[in-house]
Design a protein around this ligand. Structure first.
Ligand code: CP
Length: 359
């Protein structure tokens, strides 16, 4: 059965199918109304959300389906200690597909081990956010007319920004991508993305510390919020939060055909004076999120019983009673998930659920 936990769970042809269906839904919305009647989507949100949860809800409503779930786990039996796996076993009796956001990394992957319905990762901690990635890909396609060949700058919090990690992984499927990383030392992209993703797949990347030095090269500028809740140390947050702010002066250095994306919410990293610039695509990006989630729901339910659309072949996990995942926000340090590992191509041992480096 097909789940969407990480962007690499989708093959390039599957991504193309979803993007293409989303574009068809945009062009012919009436054709799809009612196509999911009698189908139910459960939205299980253990962490706050506006766009992801409401766009899933709106997407299912546009398709004529129904939505159930919770937006605050404290109102569910999670507050009595129910595990992630037990919760999805139960919700699978009520819904055809589950979209789950969780602050614990790897929670959705762990849930797939027992789920009877497709699970969509709607964001797990700082790890991955694949439906935002589909939204971003559709937005780039619609704004520029192509994804191959782009130079994309990622700016701000590249360390904790799960949307950045997921989009870089997905871009490895496209041709001639160049990545520029614009971040202070404290918020640089994790090594596992640089080594296991960019270097392994041959995507050129370079790291810079100011927006000015690269603005003129970019086809896409992907801005991110410096997220206070990701910091253990508030002083560190205060020191870096205003480092990378997009304003009209910086926009004047950019190409005329260029797109500014942001997964939102923003705080002050894009001044409101930029909103009226035609290159500011972030509110169009929000609407694209609804269309691409409609396409994803349709495709996952279509593919559910089709062996041609299973999950990628997994290698056997490595289990060693001496080894522990070092990430205290990983599912295996929060529930009874086993500590198990996979070996990346460069030989590094990583947690099966959250990809943290073990040794
Ligand atoms: N982009 C995004 O994930 O927004 P929410 O946190 O509001 O869902």
């Amino acid at each position: 059965m097909k789940h969407l936990i990480d962007p690499t769970d989708l093959t390039k042809p599957e991504i193309d199918e979803i993007i293409s269906l989303a574009q068809d839904i945009i062009a012919h919305r009436e054709r799809y109304q009612g196509s999911m009647s009698h189908r139910k989507l459960a939205t299980l949100f253990y962490e706050p959300s506006t766009r992801t949860r409401l766009s899933f809800t709106s997407a299912m409503m546009e398709l004529g389906g129904n939505v159930l779930g919770f937006s605050d786990a404290r109102s569910s039996s999670v507050s009595k200690g129910e595990s992630v796996q037990d919760t999805v076993r139960v919700v699978g009796c009520f819904a055809d597909v589950i979209a789950m956001r969780h602050h614990i990394e790897g929670a959705q992957l762990y849930a797939t081990e027992v789920s009877t319905v497709p699970i969509i990762n709607a964001g797990d901690g700082s790890h991955s956010h694949p439906t935002q990635t589909l939204t971003d890909l559709l937005t780039i396609q619609r704004e520029l007319g192509h994804i191959d060949g782009i130079t994309i700058g990622f700016c701000g919090d590249l360390r904790f920004g799960r949307t950045v990690h997921s989009l870089i992984k997905a871009l490895t499927r496209y041709k001639d991508i160049k990545v520029i990383l614009i971040a202070p030392d404290e918020l640089k992209l994790p090594d596992y993305i640089k080594q296991d993703v960019c270097e392994r797949t041959g995507i050129p990347y370079r790291e810079v510390e100011t927006m000015e030095e690269v603005m003129g090269e970019l086809d896409v500028l992907y801005m991110t919020r410096v997220q206070k809740e990701r910091f253990l140390d508030e002083d560190e947050f205060d020191r870096v939060k205003d480092s990378f702010v997009l304003d009209s002066a910086r926009m004047s250095l950019a190409k005329q055909k260029m797109a500014v994306l942001h997964p939102l919410p923003r705080v002050n990293e894009i001044l409101t004076e930029v909103d009226s610039d035609p290159r500011a695509a972030y509110f169009r990006q929000v609407e694209n999120g609804k269309f691409v989630r409609e396409a994803l729901i349709v495709k996952l339910l279509e593919w559910k019983d089709d062996p041609a659309h299973g999950m990628p072949e997994d290698e056997e996990p490595i289990v060693d009673s001496e080894l522990r995942c070092p990430n205290r926000k990983c599912i295996c340090n929060n529930e009874h998930a086993p500590h198990k590992f996979h070996r990346a191509e460069n030989g590094v041992l990583r947690c099966w659920y959250c990809d943290s480096k073990v040794r």
